[in-house]
Design a protein around this ligand. Structure first.
Ligand SMILES: [Zn+2]
Length: 333
């Protein structure tokens, strides 16, 4: 498990919001290159690692490598930065949150006075980078510059908390699968680390057109329903195994893919959960609509406090997902 902890720490320490995936891509590329497979980057920045087998079905595995973030929209006279969100950020967690810009500038989020019943929209929040004037602030950051939550990684027994476990946990899972599958497989498998998922499953859309797969499988995190009073009733727990997705807002998973996943997990006696996610989507939402349609499913890692600086996953679920996916890839699809 030590290796997985270290990999997750390295992956979550990197700041790469949607549209600016260079840093995370170069780290993953370096890790993937060690396995000696064919590797390329497409026009939108998706990183594809291909294990060729022209005789087999083409399976696209997608884990998005981007994360949510903030973008500077306006600089006040007194040096405070107004911003908008990249992907979905919960306003409730913003006040007092530390952020880091692409060049290493750190900031802390503050908020204007909110009168009773007034809606505290994003426009009422600002980033304080310690500048005393607009001129000074503009010497450090530009309009359109991006920031992410400040990386803080903690290990808690078999669990970890960090920013961007959505979806660096999925990236770690896919990298470990790549490492653990036999060198030749009965299918042609593309391990794809996608871009811009958080702003609308965009990288997955172009790469699935390009690769034209027979099947698609997204690897991503999902919500849980195991906290004292969850927002939604959801049959999903940290530590009870990886989840086989049935449905979310972006996709109804293809029954043949779901069935294959369930049968394999049962055969292995691998613990698993069934996921019905009421709000949220994943790359499978784009993949299954590519070209004439691609039967698709998803393997999810239960994750608490999604889209906050302190997401949490249990490594037992990640490890369960690795063994399930390795086994699935050994089968002829
Ligand atoms: Zn995600």
């Amino acid at each position: 498990m030590k290796e997985l902890f270290d990999l997750l720490e390295n992956l979550t320490n990197i700041s790469s919001p949607a549209g600016y995936e260079e840093k995370i891509r170069s780290f993953i590329r370096q890790e993937a290159e060690a396995f000696g497979e064919e590797l390329f980057v497409d026009a939108l920045g998706n990183l594809v690692v291909a294990k060729r087998n022209p005789a087999g079905k083409k399976i696209l595995l997608a884990a998005h490598m981007d994360e949510i973030g903030l973008m500077v929209t306006f600089v006040e006279e007194n040096g405070f930065l107004r911003f908008s969100e990249i992907g979905g950020i919960n306003k409730e967690i913003l006040l007092g949150t530390r952020v880091i810009f692409s060049d290493g500038t750190a900031g802390i989020i503050g908020r204007d006075k909110i009168r009773e019943k007034e809606d505290a929209g994003f426009s009422r929040y600002y980033i304080d980078i310690g500048a005393t004037s607009r001129d000074e602030a503009l010497k450090r950051v530009k309009i359109g510059q991006t920031a992410t939550f400040y990386p803080v990684f903690h290990r808690m027994g078999s669990r970890v908390t960090a920013k961007s476990l959505d979806n660096r946990a999925g990236c770690a899972l896919l990298l470990q699968v790549l490492k653990n599958v036999p060198s030749s497989l009965p299918n042609e498998v593309y391990f794809v680390f996608t871009t811009q998922e958080e702003v609308g499953l965009r990288g997955a859309r172009t790469v699935s057109y390009e690769l034209n797969p027979d099947y698609g499988l997204a690897v991503d995190v999902t919500r849980t329903g195991d906290t004292p009073e969850p927002e939604f009733k959801m049959d999903m727990f940290l530590g009870k195994g990886p989840a086989i997705k049935i449905k979310d807002s972006s996709v109804i998973c293809h029954p043949t893919v779901v069935q294959r996943m369930v049968q394999t997990a049962e055969r292995m006696h691998n613990p698993y959960q069934l996921e019905v996610l009421e709000r949220g989507g994943t790359d499978a939402g784009s993949i299954h609509l590519a070209r004439g349609g691609v039967p698709s499913g998803a393997l999810s890692i239960p994750c608490r406090y999604l889209h906050t600086p302190g997401e949490m996953v249990d490594l037992a679920d990640v490890e369960g997902g690795i063994s399930l996916l390795v086994e699935l890839l050994k089968e002829k699809w």
